[in-house]
Design a protein around this ligand. Structure first.
Ligand SMILES: [Zn+2]
Ligand SMILES: [Zn+2]
Ligand SMILES: [Zn+2]
Length: 173
């Protein structure tokens, strides 16, 4: 099998909780988001500060999120925050590479602040949790595709789907 998920790595990244996110990780992510807004000439409004803080907290804890849920969470903090502001900001963060947009297999997407290195995702089809994986297609497979199609392969994308350990055990719904 070309792609195999290291079960130990999978379990441990699964276990990363929001509490485990270090303050410094959160702060540096938050600073990157604010710097980006600034670089793009966007004013640092309260909604944008709140978005930066929430996205940084989720990112530092390895937690993926749905943009609709992010907007609802932010509404608790600022009832005036516009849906379009949140959606546009998240799109911007994806375009600028601070967030990955991960298809969840049901026509929807979740967002995750991943590492800067080349990686893929495995998404739970039950709870939609997204885990970052650093396994990739083997060079041998890419060579076989290149010779079968006579293409010079320049890149790839790959999303994996499955059921996470918690859902397999019939735990959390
Ligand atoms: Zn990612
Ligand atoms: Zn699951
Ligand atoms: Zn790859």
């Amino acid at each position: 099998m070309i792609l195999c998920i290291n079960e130990t790595a999978y379990q441990s990244s699964w276990a990363v909780s929001e509490a485990a996110a270090t303050e410094s990780q959160t702060e540096s992510l938050e600073a990157s988001v604010l710097e980006l807004f600034d670089r793009l000439g966007l004013r640092t409004t309260r909604p944008r500060r709140l978005i930066a803080a929430r996205v940084a907290r989720a990112g530092a804890s390895g937690r993926e999120f749905a943009v609709e849920d992010l907007w609802k969470e932010l509404l608790d903090l600022d009832p005036g925050i516009g849906r379009a502001t949140v959606f546009r900001s998240v799109d911007l963060l994806v375009r600028e590479g601070l967030l990955d947009r991960v298809p969840t297999g049901n026509g929807r997407h979740r967002y995750r602040a991943c590492g800067p290195h080349h990686h893929h995702h495995v998404t739970c089809t039950t709870c939609r949790r997204v885990v970052e994986i650093d396994q990739c297609l083997s060079p041998a497979l890419l060579e076989r595709v290149a010779s079968a199609t006579d293409f010079a392969i320049e890149g790839h994308s790959l999303e994996l789907f499955g059921r996470c350990p918690v859902c397999r055990k019939g735990g959390r719904a």
